[in-house]
Design a protein around this ligand. Sequence first.
Ligand code: FES
Ligand code: FES
Length: 173
Amino acid sequence: MSADTTPIATLPVTLTVNGRKVQRFVEPRTLLIHFLREELSLTGAHIGCETSHCGACTVEIDGLSVKSCTLFAVQADGAAVNTVEGLANPDGTLHALQEGFRQMHGLQCGFCTPGMLMRAKVLLSENPDPTEEEIRHGIAGNLCRCTGYQNIVKAIQHAAATLNGRVFQEAAE
Ligand code: FES
Ligand code: FES
């Protein structure tokens, strides 16, 4: 029996990724996370599960946080996609969220961090001054096996304070 050499059909996809237009031909079954990591070498977003729970693959698509393991690249055709690689400020300094995670020790292994940061970015755009409960609820789609979440909450509070022009004051525990 000869091997099936039928070429796999591809479709054109055009995206704006971190402000730059990219165009590729992809198989319809290609997941957006694989497109970002393997086609564009944006390897910040990670894959932590096969059941859409962990959120390590979270990116921002047209202002929404989306688990990119649960979307085909072709479904994002025409969209603006932002990944952690585009999060730092244009002058190269860290975004307030990145700084918050660093200052408040909101990461350990760092595997969940790109997804956490992108989710937190959208969370703060939806709710610029969230309560602790709102933050915990707001990142419920993002799992972390290292931090116990406490310092991630503080990191997001730190970033919210910075973005609101305040100095972060840690609540007494
Ligand atoms: S890889 Fe776990 S939700 Fe996407
Ligand atoms: S820092 Fe390791 S999984 Fe969150």
